[in-house]
Design a protein around this ligand. Structure first.
Ligand code: SF4
Length: 292
C-alpha cells in the first residue's frame, strides 16, 4: 500500500519563481547509472556536462557543500534541463524534495518541508491522506501501526483542547523542567548548519503561539517520522520541532522551511536531537504551555 498527502500528485517545482533553491549549499553526488550516462554522452553535450562535474571522495560530484550547482543559472533555472531535458537529471535532482518511508509492504511518500513550495502545500492545504493499492498487502501488524499513525494525525488535526494539550496527552508525562527550552536552544545552537545565522533565529525565551497551520505541521512530522523513529521518539521530535519553529523569527511557513533545511536534511542533526530526546520526559508540559 502507498500512502501520500492529498496534494502529492499536484506538487510541481516552481523553479525560477522559488524564493530559495535546492541546487546550492548541499554536497550532491551523481548516482552510478547517471554517472555512466554522463560519461558516455557524445559531442558538445558530453564535453559540456563533464566539464562542469568534478570528482569527489564518493564519486562524481555535481555540487560542492556551500557552492551553487554549476548548471544553476542566475535566474535559478537549470541549464542541464534546458539543454538535455529532465531525463538527463541524476536521481537526487529528479526526486527532490520527495521522500519515501518504507516498512516492508507499506510505502509512505511525501514532499519535504525544505522546499518552499512543499512547505506551502503542507501548511496551506486542507490536509488529507490518500491510500493506494500498489499490489503489496499489509500484514495485520502493519495495518495496526498505520491505523495508529493515522489516529495520532487525526487527533492532532482536530478534537477537544489546544494542539499543545492534544500533543501533550499523546506524549504523556507531567514532569516540568523550567530549563528545558534553554537546553533545547543550546542544543540547536550547537548543531551543524548551512546558514551561520540560523542558530541566532531562536528567541531567547520560549514563544507561546496560536496558529491553525501548526496542526498541519504536526501532521507532517508524524507522517514523516512515525515509521522511522517509532511512536514515542516521533512524538517528541514533532513536539520540539513545533516549539523551535514557533520560536524562530519570521513567517511560519518560511521558518518551517528553514528549520527543515538546516535540521531535517542533516541526519547527524536529527540523530543528536533524538539522542537528547531519548532521556527527556518533560516535553509534554512545555508543549502544552506553548502551543495554543
Ligand atoms: S526548493 Fe522546491 S520549488 Fe525551489 S527549486 Fe527546489 S524543488 Fe523547486
Amino acid at each position: 500500500m502507498t500512502v501520500k498527502p492529498n496534494f502529492f500528485d499536484s506538487f510541481k517545482c516552481i523553479a525560477s519563481e522559488c524564493n530559495d533553491t535546492c541546487c546550492a549549499g548541499w554536497e550532491i553526488y551523481v548516482d552510478a547509472d547517471t554517472a555512466d550516462y554522463y560519461a558516455e554522452l557524445d559531442g558538445d553535450d558530453g564535453e559540456y556536462v563533464r566539464g562542469n562535474l568534478s570528482v569527489g571522495e564518493d564519486g562524481m560530484l555535481l555540487c560542492r557543500e556551500g557552492a551553487r550547482c554549476p548548471f544553476l543559472r542566475e535566474d535559478n533555472l537549470c541549464e542541464l534541463i534546458i539543454k538535455l531535458g529532465e531525463d538527463s537529471l541524476c536521481d537526487i535532482c529528479r526526486e527532490h524534495p520527495r521522500f519515501y518511508v518504507t516498512d516492508e509492504n507499506l510505502c509512505e511518500v511525501g514532499v519535504g518541508l525544505c522546499c518552499p513550495e512543499a512547505a506551502r502545500l503542507w501548511l496551506d492545504t486542507p490536509l488529507g491522506f490518500l491510500f493506494e493499492d500498489d499490489g503489496y498487502v499489509l500484514t495485520d501488524t502493519e495495518k495496526r501501526k498505520l491505523e495508529r499513525q493515522m489516529f495520532i494525525i487525526d487527533r492532532l488535526m482536530s478534537g477537544d483542547g489546544t494542539l499543545g494539550e492534544r500533543l501533550s496527552e499523546l506524549l504523556g508525562g507531567d514532569t516540568s523542567d523550567s530549563e528545558l527550552y534553554n537546553r533545547l536552544r543550546a542544543l540547536y545552537s550547537s548543531l551543524e548548519v548551512l546558514d551561520k545565522n540560523f542558530p541566532s533565529r531562536f528567541s531567547v525565551n520560549p514563544v507561546s503561539v496560536s496558529d491553525v497551520r501548526l496542526k498541519n505541521l504536526a501532521a507532517y512530522f508524524v507522517f514523516r517520522y512515525y515509521f522511522e523513529l517509532g511512536e514515542e521518539l516521533c512524538l517528541k521530535f514533532t513536539a520540539v520541532s513545533l516549539i523551535m519553529i514557533a520560536s524562530m523569527d519570521g513567517e511560519l511557513t518560511l521558518s518551517a522551511k528553514d528549520y527543515s533545511k538546516e535540521i531535517e536534511y542533516d541526519t547527524d542533526n536529527v540523530e543528536r536531537i533524538c539522542d537528547f530526546l531519548e532521556s527527556c520526559d518533560s516535553i509534554g508540559v512545555l508543549v502544552k504551555k506553548l502551543l495554543q
